[in-house]
Design a protein around this ligand. Structure first.
Ligand code: BGC
Length: 587
């Protein structure tokens, strides 16, 4: 064959590659329909999985009964220690619940359900110390991890000896196994992993999430593991309550705002806990019957009508029958330490969004490997940051958004940019080749300034040489970050919508027959306490989340949802549970 007859390879155009990725990250793509149909269908599947989890133990969405049978009203008081494991850091806190100034009661009952936020909030003071949890501790022996937790509490108490302990803060020596003539300090543990809770102060670890994999922990009682570590080290602290961070968010928001029905975390991981009617938790009734405790109405009334349920929604649709899984999501899952688990969390949370973006970017670099002339991104080059699993932190995406927004009308302007169009290869290539000349129009100059700002973040955070990153690359990075974070926020809205539908506070706007429970006043404000780095710091996360909520349940309900930060939720929530435990005589 003469050389002139050798066929040239036919390469896809860069534009078609970008178009394809863009389409796959639209929720409607997988439903061959609009975002509205996709979001509504996902919410319906969510509610179905809620029901399955409430019915039986062992379902993907664990729907854990927490034995917290009400929410506080802000009048509670006392000083407590709390320990929080489950986010990026380990935290030890001393929390002083001050109650609300107008209230005269101390140790008020936690059994009040007060679902509409009011201004009568409780106040608190908090002292805290953060400790790093190394990768070695996350993946080593559980006993070593729990020893480290105990040591951190010890270090905190050495640095901050309780000055004037309130009567609640110390247990009498006779009440503890560890007192040698001295008293033990009660502690609430916020443990933000799936646990099958059996009472306010015990629960078996079901699985690790968020990069933890410590050995010999699954199936064990987490309170026992911690208490054993305190006892081994003769630290006079007694763990009296176990609480998930979502429950902490719910309780602390209820405490400070006067009412809350859902506590949700959108941070390193994601999850939600909400107030459910005990009569709608069949598995709890069956368990009681099996234990011979009966599930009579009398018993329910005695314990209150409601219980906080920790949904563990990070495991929603682990079977991935409905989640819009792109090939990039599949790569992320396959290479994670828990493939096929925490499917929903892998679409949403801060632990994964950076990694997902990295996988998309590497695929763009690899679209024409070794060919700098055809390269779609960064002249076809990678850096160690991009070439390493987990190398790209979600905070970099956030910085890119901020750089894009800064100085040009700022936040408000960007909020309006819902569409994030797919980058136009030709015009960006032309833009990149041009220089800002004195006759360029203002709009072009503005665009160039914004892209240059993004370009600088990319160079510094991804470790590129200045000359390897062009303005077109900057535009692609900003588009990819936005695409992935927007999808995460829309899916987060689905989880909130599902809780509103589950509790009868909303119906589907697309289905005029769906049922709204009329036991709630039509103008009821619906309190949602949130925490986590994404909801707090990722630009426009809440805006997109709300737009998804509105799409599913309609504007009227969405506008009644009051989303507020559950400030220091883990610490305050654990303190409130420790108080509850002391009152119930757990210790
Ligand atoms: C855990 C939840 C936790 C959430 C937020 C998830 O990975 O399974 O228990 O509430 O992260 O921290």
């Amino acid at each position: 064959m003469s050389p002139s007859l050798v066929p040239e390879p036919v390469l896809p155009s860069p534009q078609s590659i970008l178009d394809d990725i863009h389409a796959r990250f639209q929720l409607g793509y997988y439903y061959h329909s609009s975002d509205q149909i996709a979001l509504t269908s996902l919410t319906q599947v969510f509610v179905k999985e809620f029901a399955q989890g409430l019915e039986k133990y062992g379902e993907d969405m664990a729907m854990v009964p927490t034995y917290v049978t009400g929410v506080p009203d802000g009048s509670e008081t006392g000083t407590f220690l709390s320990l929080d494991l489950g986010g990026t850091n380990l935290r030890v806190c001393q929390v002083t619940l001050l109650g609300n100034k107008s209230s005269t009661s101390s140790l008020n009952d936690i059994h009040t359900l007060s679902p509409s936020p009011s201004n009568r909030g409780g106040e608190f003071e908090l002292r805290q110390q953060k400790y790093k949890v190394s990768e070695t501790l996350k993946g080593g022996e559980a006993s070593v991890l729990f020893d480290y937790l105990a040591d951190s509490v010890d270090a905190f108490l050495t640095m901050h000896p309780p000055e004037s302990p309130s009567p609640e803060m110390h247990l009498s020596a006779s009440e503890t196994e560890i007192g040698h003539g001295s008293a033990a300090i009660p502690l609430g543990l916020t443990f933000s992993f799936p646990v099958s809770q059996t009472s306010l102060d015990s629960g078996e670890i079901l699985t690790w999430t968020k990069g933890f994999s410590a050995k010999n922990a699954i199936g064990k009682d987490v309170v026992r593991l911690l208490q054993d570590a305190f006892d081994r080290k003769h630290i006079h602290v007694k763990c009296v309550a176990l609480v998930n961070d979502t429950v902490g968010a719910l309780l602390s928001r209820a405490y400070t705002s006067g009412g809350c029905i859902l506590g949700a975390i959108f941070g390193t991981g994601t999850n939600g806990a909400y107030v459910e009617k005990i009569s709608r938790i069949p598995k709890l009734q069956e368990q009681r019957q099996a234990q011979g405790k009966g599930a009579s109405r009398g018993k329910q009334e005695e314990e209150g009508e409601y219980m906080v349920v920790n949904t563990e929604w990070g495991a929603f649709n682990n079977s991935r029958t409905h989640l819009p899984t792109t090939p990039y999501d599949a790569t992320l899952d396959r290479t994670s330490i828990n493939p096929r688990f925490q499917a929903f969390e892998k679409f949403i949370s801060g632990m994964y969004l950076g990694e997902l973006t990295r996988i998309v970017l590497v695929s763009l670099i690899d679209a024409f490997p070794y060919s700098s002339s055809n390269a779609v991104l960064f002249k076809g080059k990678v850096t160690p940051t991009l070439n390493t699993q987990w190398g790209l932190d979600t905070s970099v995406l956030s910085e890119i958004e901020v750089a894009w927004a800064e100085g040009v009308g700022g936040r408000a302007e960007v909020v309006l940019e819902h569409d994030n169009p797919v980058p136009n290869w030709e015009s960006l290539t032309a833009l990149q080749a041009s220089h800002i000349s004195s006759d360029a129009n203002t709009q072009d100059k503005r665009l160039l300034t914004r892209l240059e700002r993004v370009r600088q973040v990319v160079v510094s955070k991804l470790g590129y040489e200045d000359g390897d990153v062009g303005l077109r690359d900057a535009a692609i990075l900003r588009w990819a970050s936005h695409l992935i974070a927007r999808r995460a926020a829309l899916l987060s809205g689905v989880a909130v919508a599902a809780v509103l539908v589950q509790t009868g506070r909303a119906g589907y706007i697309a289905d005029s027959h769906s049922h709204i429970n009329n036991e709630y006043p039509k103008d009821e404000k619906i309190g949602v306490g949130v925490d986590g780095s994404l909801i707090q710091f990722y630009p426009h996360f809440e805006t997109h989340m709300r737009s998804s909520l509105r799409t599913v349940v309609g504007r009227e309900v969405e506008e009644r949802v009051v989303i507020g930060l559950a400030k220091d939720g883990s610490g305050v929530g654990a303190a409130l549970c420790a108080l509850q435990a002391l009152k119930q005589g757990v210790v």
